[in-house]
Design a protein around this ligand. Structure first.
Ligand code: FES
Length: 90
């Protein structure tokens, strides 16, 4: 999905929606095309793993966290503030 000219990847973890920049911080790969399980997404290119709740880079080859955006869900509508970093929830 694209918001304010940013490509984002949305993830649902136990009913909570999280939004990360879709582009991996390691290379040119889309996290929305990665393997998603639990609260982690694996990059499809080199298998780096991000915690989608925070954007934290969990393992090599990643050295930089993904940008995590604030998300609010109201009556089924998802609102994303791309200029505001999400507060850590987990
Ligand atoms: S491009 Fe994502 S881990 Fe390398």
């Amino acid at each position: 999905m694209e918001v304010d000219c940013r490509k984002l990847a949305l993830f649902n973890v136990d009913g909570n929606v999280y939004a990360l920049d879709d582009l991996c911080t390691h290379g040119h790969a889309r996290l929305s095309e990665g393997e998603f399980e639990g609260h982690e997404v694996e990059c499809p290119l080199h298998a780096g793993v991000f915690d989608v709740r925070t954007g934290r880079a969990v393992c090599a080859p990643l050295t930089r966290d993904a940008r995590c955006h604030a998300v609010k869900v109201e009556r089924g509508d998802v609102f994303i503030a791309t200029g505001i970093a999400a507060e850590p929830r987990p």
